[in-house]
Design a protein around this ligand. Structure first.
Ligand code: ZN
Ligand code: ZN
Length: 185
């Protein structure tokens, strides 16, 4: 019995890696991508990691440059002050997305500062294709967390998390019934 519970604890710890552990894994994966071989991937390890404010709702992660660094110059990991990731992504459910976020920000740190075609090409090198598409689901997750009100259809019970009340101004697209305002607990 005791052995069993220790094993469970161990599995639990292994399943939710820290941000630093995830970053090390991302960097290791980047080392194995031939298209990145010419870039200073090893220097990414020196970049401090942090967390965005818990109530950030637009930003999922950010690469912050040091003071005075001009985006148009050739940039590298030494120009980066820190990379911050949304704390809501640091759960088991979002691990794959967090790794993709780190990869995205590391590309910025390697000098690809704009979301241009070249950047999108680099971004598509991430081996977990599905993780790349998790951004909209994560955005929805954040909206639900921060919503003060849920607009709910009394018939089909579809829910729309929102910051404000609907004040009986909207109807359900499926049922044509007026949506009700429910306070989000
Ligand atoms: Zn970006
Ligand atoms: Zn409905």
């Amino acid at each position: 019995m005791v052995v069993q519970s220790v094993l469970d604890d161990w599995i639990e710890v292994k399943e939710i890696p820290t941000l630093e552990e995830q970053a090390r894994e991302v960097i290791a994966t980047m080392r194995s991508i031939p298209e990145l071989a010419m870039l200073p991937v090893n220097e990414l390890e020196k970049i401090p990691l942090g967390r965005l404010r818990k109530n950030a709702n637009r930003l999922h992660a950010v690469c912050r440059y040091k003071k005075g660094v001009r985006k148009k110059n050739a940039l590298g990991p030494n120009d980066v002050r820190c990379i911050d990731v949304h704390p809501e992504s640091l759960t088991k459910e979002w691990t794959r997305y967090t790794k993709f976020l780190l990869f995205h920000e590391y590309l910025h740190a390697l000098g690809f500062s704009n979301h241009n075609r070249e950047f999108r090409q680099m971004e598509s090198l991430w081996p977990d294709r599905e993780a790349q598409g998790m951004g909209s689901a994560f955005a929805e997750h954040l909206r639900k967390k921060s919503a003060k009100w849920i607009w709910k259809c009394p018939s089909c019970e579809i829910e729309h998390p929102r910051a404000r009340r609907s004040n009986r101004r909207y109807r359900c697209r499926n049922c044509n019934l007026i949506l009700e305002d429910i306070e989000n607990p």
